[in-house]
Unconditional design. Structure first.
Length: 73
């Protein structure tokens, strides 16, 4: 019985992990090199500066926005 519960718990956690993946993307500018890039967590303001103050739901949307930003040109 316990074996079935352990197997079920393992399967549920294995299939639910992708839902915890990065679902927000930010355009950040490196403080030293001044190059922009898309990151999966909000920039901290020390090493990476927030270039757009907006969160994007997909990496492709963030890439498109980065190409449009004056700070990243």
């Amino acid at each position: 019985m316990i074996y079935k519960v352990v197997i079920a718990t393992a399967l549920i956690s294995a299939f639910s992990m992708p839902s915890f993946a990065a679902t927000e993307y930010w355009v950040a500018k490196d403080a030293v090199s001044h190059k922009c890039e898309v990151v999966s967590k909000k920039p901290d303001g020390t090493k990476m500066m927030n270039a757009g103050n907006k969160m994007y739901t997909s990496q492709s949307k963030a890439q498109a926005a980065m190409k449009q930003m004056a700070a990243c040109k």
